[in-house]
Design a protein around this ligand. Sequence first.
Ligand code: CA
Length: 250
Amino acid sequence: MILKTAIQQYLERHGYEQMSLKAVLFDMDGVLYDSMKNHTQAWYKTIQGLGITCTPEEFYMHEGRTGAGTIDILYRRMYGRPATEEEQQRIYRVKSENFNALPEAQRMPGAYELLCQVKAAGLQPVLVTGSGQVSLIDRLNRSFPGIFDPRYMVTAFDVKFGKPHPEPYLMGLRKYGIRPNEAFVVENAPLGVEAGVAAGIFTVAVNTGPLPDQVLLDAGADYLLPSMAQLSDDFPAIVRAMQETKREKQ
Ligand code: CA
């Protein structure tokens, strides 16, 4: 996948002359933290414990969806009906307990180096996560000191629709006051990629999990890299390409 071609296709599709980078929109789990194994394990333990048939892998496909939305899909498949609100809340509480019992996930290798480069380039890192942990901001400040500004964060408390709906990313743009061609999205999950693309933003997929690359490309990723470390290494070249590439005249 050639970056310049990917940018040109993006510009063509959305009718922009060029990109004008002001911010980078970051998903959190599986991008900034190596936390997806824990989430998957917690979901699997919770759902299997209810006697509902599932596989650990399928939770990677649900990543980014709200907890209620995931539980609803599993109920429809198993019982042919949606989960009630009481069921959604009770099961999500168990999942959270199982998640919190696991050792705290570490920073994703390359994430802090990348964030420092984003800041140094004069760009604003904006967080866009479906997570709703109360301690989120404290934890981000501990893991990534001096990087995030609480004014430019979108969490589960802000949005009505989870990913793959574009709302979380549109809200990220709105909070920082920018247009879709003034940022790019960094995502690891198919539904997150769908959300970024649906918001009209150039979306870079980093495949930090076990899913095949094709799943992320099928979700619409504009560009694909194997890791956050690679994205950190390539960041200067990506910024340069975004500054220099213009839509080809027809
Ligand atoms: Ca994610």
